[in-house]
Design a protein around this ligand. Structure first.
Ligand code: GPP
Ligand code: MG
Length: 284
């Protein structure tokens, strides 16, 4: 449970339960997709769907479905990574909640930069470091068993930081204080997240179902902007990706890879109570 005697990585029972989930997680919807090209994602997809994959004969259908879902998830990660730049190869960036490493590898591919990924799941960290070795980028892309709320990295040492669907596991006041400390002035923060739409009041039932499924705690839209600004992170662009992610969920719901949470996402997005947002901010 500890990285060293003074600073335990996991600081609560809640964090322990999240770590247990990810240490044990082996969903085919993540592993089969990752096997396509070695980019293992733990986030959802965006963009137009090629529906012809569902018309395939049985022998080829599963493979085409896997490729199509993976393509949509990679488009999502590339959309996030594009907002981190411009970055130089000597720049250092951090992937907060790095999972099996997919977004980190894409950032390194695009910019050649140094990437540090952090996760409270030791299995994910080991998996991602093995991927880095296999891809021949272990000198530049490294994964650490650390807590994104208290990373231990040096103040002002990062040019960019992102969370790809990992902010719902932490209190944003603590997260953005740490990001603000780590980013140098003029650095960039980007997240893609699902948030509840507080124009409708408290979260809907579907959002409670998503929280229970992943052991997370989806924040309201207003919490993001309040806590960003309170921590010297000033939004420069906000993109509502809700309409762009619905087709991914429609496809996923119709495939052998569905996990049972698909209808909750579709209900929440379609009734307006839930939004899928990209937020980019500058550290001032
Ligand atoms: C999991 O990705 C992502 C989360 C738990 C974050 C929750 C996101 C929201 C927008 C609320 P995954 O790829 O591990 O999930 P799955 O196994 O369902 O594909
Ligand atoms: Mg997934």
């Amino acid at each position: 449970m500890t990285a060293n005697a003074e600073t335990p990585v996991l600081s609560s029972l809640y964090q322990r339960s999240v770590a247990d989930y990810w240490n044990a997680e082996k969903n085919p919807v993540n592993l089969r997709l990752g096997e396509v090209d070695g980019l293992y994602h733990h986030h959802y997809g965006i963009g137009d769907v090629d529906w012809s994959v569902l018309d395939e004969p049985e022998e080829t259908r599963e493979k085409r479905v896997v490729n199509e879902l993976h393509r949509l998830e990679t488009v999502q990660a590339e959309t996030l990574v594009a907002r981190l730049g411009p970055l130089r190869p000597e720049d250092r960036v951090m992937d907060a909640g790095s999972g099996r490493g997919g977004s980190s590898f894409l950032a390194n591919l695009r910019y050649g930069c140094h990437v540090d990924g952090v996760s409270i799941s030791e299995s994910q960290v080991a998996f991602a470091n093995e991927q880095a070795r296999k891809r021949g980028v272990a000198d530049k892309v490294r994964f650490h068993f650390r807590n994104m709320l208290d990373t231990g990295f040096e103040t002002g040492s990062f040019q960019a930081i992102w969370n790809n669907e990992s902010t719902m596991y932490v209190e944003l006041s603590l997260l953005f204080a740490e990001h603000s400390r780590l980013l140098r002035r003029g650095g960039r923060y980007v997240c893609i997240t699902g948030c509840y739409n507080d124009a409708y009041g408290l979260p809907s039932r579907a959002i409670s179902q998503i929280n229970a499924h992943y052991i997370c705690d989806i924040h309201s839209r207003s919490t993001y902007f309040r806590e960003l600004v309170a921590n010297r992170l000033v939004p420069i662009s906000v993109v509502d990706l809700t309409a762009a992610t619905i087709p991914y969920w429609e496809l996923r719901a119709k495939t052998h890879l569905a996990t049972g949470i698909e209808q909750s996402f579709l209900d929440a997005y379609k009734n307006g109570s839930f939004q899928y947002l990209l937020i980019a901010a500058d550290r001032v």
